[in-house]
Design a protein around this ligand. Structure first.
Ligand code: ADP
Length: 621
């Protein structure tokens, strides 16, 4: 609503002013005042003006007195217009008006000062028209502050920020970008941002950019720029299309991140990956990798050739199940799948068809799980396989030879042993033949050793070819242990064998084979404890099994050797051990015998602190 007129709004000669004009002055939403003479005697003030000054009585007062808060600049402008008879303006004129209640308000006005003349065309006074531009001013100030804040924020950003217009010309860059290029802010404005991309990357980046601009889609690319210090810097750019409020496309706003280090690392990774691939490809072994989903992610050249794989397809199983020998397939896949589920390493030997000549070859395949990242997340398997066909063949020849040789040796040895025993029986009754008897006894002992060795070798060959059969029967364990202990005690001159934990338990097993295991444990215990004079053998009963333990107080076995000593032909190497003769087959045979009885074999020992060899056998139900 427009303010109403008031009796104090005009005075003096303005009474004579035209009624319509007067009404216009009174109705206008701007500030209007008519000032007479050079002193600016207020003759008319419209309601808007009056109300802003809290209805102060200003009529017939000189301006300095009427509105002391308008300030000298205002008064001088009025005087200047009066003197020059020419209109003048002041913009954003700041005036602070105090209300009756003491509240202070800050205003901004644009003033127009116009001269007016009387009927005789003489200068009569100055007409003031004012427009309240406070809101515009505050908005302008806020905008300036926001711009400053925006500048501070963008300057503080570690990434480069920019805007470009619809033609790709730069309209803004922040301090980070300026620091990179070393060029002043103004030098960027209006330039195509592509100018900053090094030549080698330009074509690629332009095509990325054109693609984005075509669909007005977000922009993503990376490229190199030349820094002010001459060095190349990789940046990753991402931009978002901008629109004017009218909806018209206005260009892009975006950021650039310094990714030089990342690129370097990527390059190093790529180099090392390439190195790894060329090593893997030139290796005569079959190398493969799978992801956590069991899908093959890598096969080396040797593998590709072996299996005639031309291209690595995601369903190319690394085991190539269609190439597995039908007799091995099920067992191999079972081992692989079980290992995979538990994320454990595995080793498996199987036959696989070599596609280029259709021949089945023996492969020894080892796989280990891979874990990646800081959290060691399971990432699949890496593995290598070797063609072990020749090795297998040699092993077969060796086994056959051992079997044949020990078999052939057995007959003459048995006959020698029979004659020696006959001679011993004859000559032990005669006197003065002491030397002969001693010699025959020594020969007999050595023959026994030889017989044991030959029996062991024969056993190894039987086991290798799967010919070792068990003649199981039910018998009292105590009787067997007692017999075996007595027999071994008979040949042991320095050691006492102490038998504890006797029990009447019956077991179902191959009596001779179990005796062989106990003999092996006892003779080893005596052999590897030359400084001590005692060996303990103990039997303990569990719920489902009986455990026999042979404890000695000898040289002991290092932790890392303990699993290996049950392997075929494995002997611990060391200064001490060299003084003991042996072939490293006794424990292997013993372990195989117990395994075939569904029992377990293990050792508890520490270097130089003796050893306790255990085996268990299942109890009869
Ligand atoms: P051999 O005794 O003929 O070498 P074995 O198979 O019986 O073969 O034993 C394998 C290896 O285990 C031995 O060479 C020895 O190093 C170690 N070993 C076996 N028994 C003992 C024991 N009681 N104390 C220390 N070491 C032992």
């Amino acid at each position: 609503m427009l303010p109403s007129t008031h009796e104090n709004d005009f005075s003096g000669s303005f009474y004579q002013t035209d009624g319509q004009l007067k009404s216009l002055f009174m109705q206008t939403p701007g500030l209007i005042a008519m000032l007479r003479w050079r002193d600016g005697i207020c003759e008319l003030v419209n309601p808007v003006f009056r109300q802003l000054w809290h209805n102060r009585d200003v009529l017939n007062k000189p301006m300095r007195q009427a509105w002391p808060e308008l300030g000298e600049e205002f008064y001088q402008k009025v005087e200047q217009v009066y003197d020059s008879c020419k209109a003048a303006n002041s913009y954003d004129y700041n005036v602070t008006i105090a209300g009756d209640d003491g509240l202070i308000s800050d205003y901004y006005f644009d003033f127009v000062y116009s001269p007016y003349c009387n009927h005789q065309a003489e200068m009569d006074g100055v007409m003031i028209m004012g427009f309240d531009v406070t809101a515009r001013n505050i908005a302008r100030q806020e905008l300036a502050e926001q711009q400053l804040l925006f500048k501070d924020i963008t300057d503080a950003a570690a990434t480069a920020l920019w805007t470009v217009d619809q033609r790709g010309n730069i309209t803004f860059v922040n301090r980070t970008w300026i620091d990179w290029t070393g060029q002043p802010y103004e030098a960027h404005l209006g330039r195509g941002w592509i100018d900053f991309v090094v030549n080698d990357d330009r074509e690629r980046v332009i095509s990325d950019y054109l693609r984005s601009i075509d669909n007005k889609s977000p922009l993503h690319s990376d490229f190199r720029i030349q820094r002010k210090d001459g060095k190349m810097q990789w940046v990753a750019v991402s931009g978002k299309p901008r629109y004017h409020s009218s909806g018209e496309f206005a260009g892009y706003v975006g950021s650039c991140m310094d990714i030089t280090e990342r690129k370097k690392t990527e390059q190093m990774l790529q180099d090392s990956e390439e190195r790894f691939r060329s090593i893997a490809d030139s290796a005569p072994v079959l190398i493969w990798m799978t992801g956590a989903d069991k899908r093959t992610t890598f096969l080396n050249q040797s593998w590709m050739q072996f299996a005639n794989v031309v291209e690595l397809l995601s369903d190319t199983g690394y085991l190539q199940s269609n190439l597995l020998h039908p007799q091995d397939a099920e067992a191999v896949l079972d081992i692989y799948n079980r290992a995979f589920d538990k994320q454990e390493a595995f080793y498996v030997e199987y036959r696989m068809k070599r596609t280029y000549d259709g021949v089945y070859r023996w492969i020894g395949m080892k796989g280990v799980p891979r874990f990646e990242g800081e959290d060691d997340v399971f990432a699949g398997y890496i593995g290598s396989g070797m063609d072990i066909t020749e090795m297998k063949e040699h092993e077969q020849i060796k086994n056959d030879f051992i079997g044949m040789a020990s078999h052939e040796l057995k007959t003459p040895i048995t006959s020698i042993k029979a004659y020696i025993q006959l001679l011993l029986t004859i000559y032990s009754k005669r006197e003065h033949d002491e030397f002969l008897i001693k010699s025959l006894t020594t020969v007999n002992k050595q023959i026994n050793k030889l017989t044991r060795l030959i029996t062991d070798l024969l056993d190894v060959s039987k086991m290798e070819s799967g010919r070792l059969s068990l003649n199981s029967e039910e018998f009292l364990l105590h009787d067997l242990i007692k017999e075996t202990v007595d027999e071994v005690q008979h040949t042991a001159s320095h050691h006492d064998i102490v038998y504890t934990g006797k029990s009447n338990v019956s077991i179902y097993a191959d009596r001779d084979r179990i005796a062989q295991v106990i003999t092996n444990f006892l003779t080893n215990a005596i052999k590897y404890s030359p400084e001590s004079d005692r060996v303990d053998i103990n039997v303990s009963l569990g719920d489902t099994e009986v455990v026999i333990a042979v404890q000695d107080f000898g040289i002991g076995i290092k932790q890392e050797e303990q699993a290996k000593i049950f392997n075929r032909f494995y002997r611990v190497e060391g200064r001490n051990e060299q003084t003991f003769s042996g072939f490293g087959i006794g424990l292997y045979v013993a372990a195989e015998i117990i395994k075939r009885h569904n029992g377990r074999v293990w050792v508890v020992s520490e270097k130089d602190k003796g050893a306790a060899f255990h085996f268990s056998l299942p109890l009869l139900n």
